[in-house]
Ligand binder design. Structure first.
Ligand SMILES: NC(=O)c1ccc[n+]([C@@H]2O[C@H](COP(=O)([O-])OP(=O)(O)OC[C@H]3O[C@@H](n4cnc5c(N)ncnc54)[C@H](O)[C@@H]3O)[C@@H](O)[C@H]2O)c1
Length: 420
């Protein structure tokens, strides 16, 4: 008999998983409280760049993919995977979406069913927070009547090399039977599963990965600021260091960190360390401090460059190239471009922005959306390259721009270009 999988949340993580589960032969209910999303999906339209409309239509055509905005009328599932947001509010983890997902799934739980949490969260969430919610709403006992586990998502939007399928996936369960069920499910979804001994290790794995990235980006960002003042080319030093075949991993400076992971996840860990042990996770706090201040540094550099050219920021026409949080994606959440735009707005700049991946109604407030044309480039007193989208023709930028501050080391280094 075909097994039923409910994927709770049809966003960047949930939609690719739902598509894969359909391919693996499951009867998939793609549940999302956002009705505009489920309606678009039911019409065969994807809003996640890594999933094409065609993939959604193929899934619908199997008759085994049902995007729904309510679980009414669904009475059971074999496996449910929770992929809902886990934001921070004023530095404190907000787990209300996970709580709600648990409350919604609990009445549908039956003996032998499995629930897996994928949302990024602090260690202990699956066992100490989700299990009691599922038990209270179902009258069943985790580990006795139903299986429960945690498997962190490693999806990297826009990455064509490492996909959901070929990126190894860490899996865990609250007991041996749960681990076996969770592993068996993901063995059909991805090529390699990596079992760990309990959900806490799996939860920490995800936070460790993102904290590692966050800290190393902060390291090169701080270095970039010092090297600039010392008159040393940090980019060249990083490239040279990266020729070492062992013991070094390349990270590059930028205008700050964005997206759903780096600005948020490490703080889940530092919050838990503070709450449980009363101690500060100093690496995370330092990295937050450095990365959070990068937009200020970028603006300072731009102000200095305009000053050098005898121009005040007030009234200067400034073109932001890229507003998403990283190259070749349309995800603008937590993007440092918003802080850069805010600071420049406060200084009275006349702001324009171009990003082929982001809908103009999502641009930072105060930015007039434009296309990148020779006219726009030469009309701007300064252009600020914040995102290294492939769609930007780097030679065209250099040819027509008056001045470029390149925060990504992406354009040829001509006399009208300065790097971070
Ligand atoms: N985006 C990434 O690259 C990425 C990578 C790894 C891990 N994660 C983690 O995965 C989780 C989900 O992230 P995302 O980027 O997919 O978020 P998203 O915002 O793209 O998608 C989450 C979806 O869940 C829906 N939702 C919220 N509450 C719900 C509920 N109770 N029932 C049903 N649907 C509900 C929202 O409407 C939204 O569409 C987060 O914890 C995130 O940190 C994200």
């Amino acid at each position: 008999m075909t097994e039923t999988a409910i994927i709770v949340g049809q966003g960047y993580v949930g939609l690719p998983l739902a598509m894969r589960a359909v391919e693996a032969g499951y009867d998939v209910i793609g549940y999302d409280v956002d009705e505009t999303r489920t309606k678009a999906l039911a019409d065969g339209t994807s809003f996640v760049e890594d999933i094409s409309d065609e993939q959604v239509r193929d899934a619908l055509a199997t008759g085994r993919y049902r995007p729904v905005a309510s679980l009414d009328g669904i009475d059971r599932f074999d496996i449910a995977v929770i992929t809902v947001p886990t934001p921070l509010h004023e530095g404190v983890p907000d787990l209300t979406y996970i709580d709600q997902a648990g409350e919604q799934l609990a009445p549908l739980l039956t003996r032998g069913a499995t629930v897996v949490l994928e949302s990024t969260t602090y260690p202990g969430t699956t066992q100490e927070r989700l299990a009691p919610i599922l038990e209270a709403g179902s009258g069943l006992t985790a580990g006795v009547d139903f299986h429960l586990g945690y498997s962190p998502e490693r999806i990297d939007p826009g990455n064509k090399t490492w996909t959901l399928v070929n990126t190894p996936k860490v899996v865990s369960g609250i007991d041996e039977a749960s681990l076996a069920k969770v592993k068996a499910f993901y063995d059909q979804i991805v090529e390699t599963t990596v079992p760990v001994s309990s959900p806490k290790e799996a939860e920490l794995t995800k936070l460790l990965e993102n904290t590692f990235r966050h800290v190393n980006i902060a390291l090169v960002n701080e270095l970039a600021m010092f090297a600039g003042d010392l008159g040393i080319n940090v980019w060249e030093a990083i490239d040279a260091a990266a020729t070492k075949p062992f013991g070094f991993m390349k990270f590059t400076p930028g205008p700050g960190v964005g997206g759903h992971c780096l600005p948020v996840d490490p703080s889940y860990l530092s919050w838990q360390v503070k709450r449980s042990l009363g101690q500060s996770f100093r690496f995370v706090e330092l990295a937050n401090d450095v990365n959070d201040h990068m937009p200020d540094y970028v603006v300072r550099r731009l102000v200095a460059a305009l000053n050098e050219r005898g121009k005040p920021v007030k009234g200067s026409r400034i073109l932001l190239l890229g507003v998403s949080f990283k190259a070749n994606v349309g995800d603008w959440r937590e993007s440092p471009s918003f802080r850069v735009a805010k600071l420049l707005n406060e200084l009275g700049a006349d702001l324009y922005a171009a990003d082929p991946h982001v809908s103009p109604d999502r641009f930072p407030p105060g930015c007039t959306p434009v296309e990148v044309t020779p006219e726009e480039l030469s009309a701007a007193d300064a252009s600020l390259l914040l995102v290294d989208h492939d769609a930007f023709d780097k030679r065209q930028l250099v040819r027509h721009a008056t001045y470029i501050l390149d925060a990504r080391n992406a354009v040829p280094q001509e006399t009208n270009v300065e790097r971070l």
